[in-house]
Design a binder for this molecule. Structure first.
Ligand SMILES: Cc1cc2nc3c(=O)[nH]c(=O)nc-3n(C[C@H](O)[C@H](O)[C@H](O)COP(=O)(O)OP(=O)(O)OC[C@H]3O[C@@H](n4cnc5c(N)ncnc54)[C@H](O)[C@@H]3O)c2cc1C
Length: 322
């Protein structure tokens, strides 16, 4: 029987998997088609693609800085330089924050951490039961497995739904409100624009990234990621599926208006709603571990809405298990 079954292949799941595999038999299940969770990379063709969720890392803690420095040396991460601009703000350039990105895509860290680990994609956990000394785990496709221990590295509402009856502390009594947002991936003619990103104080469009400026590929078209504000996402993420074209155009038109970039032709668009984009209030604990039943929970939501907090949460959980 497996020692640990880990649910989620985002930064939290891949970090805990990386450490546990040194000593235990493990496997990872994710409901998505590939690695990375909210740090996924949407491939268009070959190396060309878009960072779908997370845009960049700005390490703050000593521990995470040292981890990311190692990944820079291993050519998993690199700096994203260039003009990061503020639109409609007094500050015009963002020079302050270091911006790190994956060399090929922002799911590179998870890919690196999950090397040689058995990962099962399109595998959504739908029910958990405690049976004698182990977990019975049933997946949406009706497959089931048994595991001695279970780690959930999934957003708060999903973790609560699956495991609240097994959690003895007040963890799920916390009010963790997760913001929603909409993302549009856009491919246009070459515009000649030299900015790497735009941060706005608009009510609809919050952030634009110029994917070509990440220097992962040379392409004869421009690739953009447009992210809505949380305010706009809150109102429209539940309903965008019925009017995808409409919401795509709202964000594209805002982009054109705010940046004044001349777009002659659009070659590709894709819209995605992030229901559980991020939470803003950190909890008092960094992870949850109950060794009597072998249940662990980690995720960025313990610490706040950044990838670094997912990594710190998983490390904290590993230290508890150890
Ligand atoms: C649009 C957007 C922009 C962002 N920008 C930044 C940024 O610039 N900088 C930054 O630091 N952070 C950013 N973030 C936040 C960052 O992406 C997250 O903090 C981080 O990716 C969270 O990692 P995680 O492993 O905790 O969770 P996730 O990445 O959400 O991983 C959870 C995984 O669990 C899977 N899963 C869920 N339920 C089940 C189930 N029942 N069965 C199987 N699998 C399941 C999901 O498919 C997912 O892959 C952004 C997030 C979004 C959405």
């Amino acid at each position: 029987m497996l020692d640990f079954c880990i649910i989620g292949s985002g930064i939290s799941g891949s970090t805990i998997a990386h450490y546990l595999k040194k000593k235990y038999s493990i496997n990872v299940h994710d409901k998505a088609r590939g690695v990375g969770g909210r740090s996924s990379f949407k491939r268009y063709k070959g190396k060309i693609g878009f960072d779908h969720g997370l845009q960049y890392l700005s390490p703050r803690s000593k521990e995470f800085k040292s981890f990311t420095n190692k990944l820079i040396k291993k050519k998993v991460l690199k700096h994203w330089r260039g003009n990061h601009e503020f639109l409609n703000r007094k500050v015009k350039r963002d020079k302050k924050h270091i911006k790190l990105i994956g060399v090929k895509g922002n799911n590179d860290i998870s890919k690196f951490l999950l090397k040689n680990i058995n990962c099962n994609f399109q595998s959504e956990l739908s029910e958990i039961k405690r049976q004698k000394d182990c977990w019975y785990l049933r997946f949406k496709d009706n497959k089931h497995i048994y595991s001695k221990n279970l780690i959930l590295s999934i957003p708060f509402p999903q973790a609560k739904k699956l495991s609240s009856k097994f959690v003895k502390t007040k963890l799920f009594k916390n009010k963790v409100i997760m913001n929603s947002s909409l993302t549009v991936l856009l491919m246009t003619n070459k515009t000649g624009n030299k900015s790497s990103s735009f941060f706005t104080n608009d009510k609809v469009l919050g952030w634009v990234s110029n994917e070509n400026s990440k220097k992962r590929f040379n392409y004869n078209k421009d690739l953009w990621v447009l992210q809505s504000t949380f305010e706009y996402g809150k109102k429209h993420t539940d309903s965008y599926r019925d009017k995808k074209k409409f919401y795509t155009n709202v964000l594209i038109n805002k982009f054109k208006k705010l940046t004044k970039i001349k777009i002659r032709k659009t070659y590709f668009t894709h819209i995605h709603g992030w229901k559980y984009s991020s939470n803003s209030t950190p909890l008092k604990t960094q992870s949850y571990w109950d060794k009597t039943i072998g249940l662990g929970i980690c995720g960025d939501w313990f610490g706040g809405p950044r990838l670094e907090n997912g990594w710190l949460s998983a490390k904290d959980l590993y230290n508890k298990i150890k």
